[in-house]
Design a protein around this ligand. Sequence first.
Ligand code: FE2
Ligand code: FE2
Length: 219
Amino acid sequence: MPENVYEEIVRHRFYGAQPNFVWLRGQSYACLDPKRVPHVQGCEQEAVRLAERWGEDRDLAAEAGILHDITKKYKGPEQLRLCEKYGIITDNDEKANYKLLHSKTGAAYARERFGIGDAVYNAIWWHRTGHPDMTLLEKIIYMADYVEPTRDFEGVGVLRRLAYEDLDAAIIKGLEMSLDEVSANGLKPHENTVQALYWLREHRNKTAPGDTRSVRKEE
Ligand SMILES: [Fe+2]
Ligand SMILES: [Fe+2]
C-alpha cells in the first residue's frame, strides 16, 4: 500500500485501523532529537509493563509512550506557534516555562497526524504536569516517563519499585520531586501539579495500597 494512503487510513482511523507500531515508532523517532530516542523507547517499554501490572490496555500505553514527546524538540516560539495553530490556550506558567507546552502540543499534533483517541490524547496532554483525578492510563504515562530504564537520578530505583507496588504512592512521590525540582530551578510550580498532589493525598488514603479501584475511572 502506498505510504500516503496508509497515513490517511491511520489519520482517520478508517475501518477501525490501529497503526502498526513499527511504522509509528519510525514516524515518531523521525520527529525527535536523536538523543531523545532511547528515552522514548524506554518510556514505551515501561508504559507497557505498568499497563500489564495495573490492568490497562497495553496497546494504548504503547501508543501514548511512542508519541508522548513528539513535539519536544521545538523551542519556545515554535511551541507557541503550535499552540496558536491548534487553539491551545496557554497560561502564564507555561509561557514562563515553555517546556511544559510540549505535552499539549504533542497531544494535538499526534491527534492531527495519527488520529489518536481521547484516552491517549489525554495521557500525552497531562504527562508533564499531571492533574487532579488522573485516569489509570494518564498515571501510567506520567510514571513511565519518570522512571523508564534510561532515567538516572537519585532515588529512581525506589520510585520505579514503588510504581509496581503502589501506583498512587509513586505518583505522589513523583509529583513532590517534580515540584522540588521546579522550585530549585527558580520557577513557579504549575498549578495542575500542585492540585494533582493535593487530590491524590486526599483520595488515596481511602483505598488500601495496591488496590487499583481508586485509580480506575468508570466508563
Ligand atoms: Fe515529555
Ligand atoms: Fe518524555
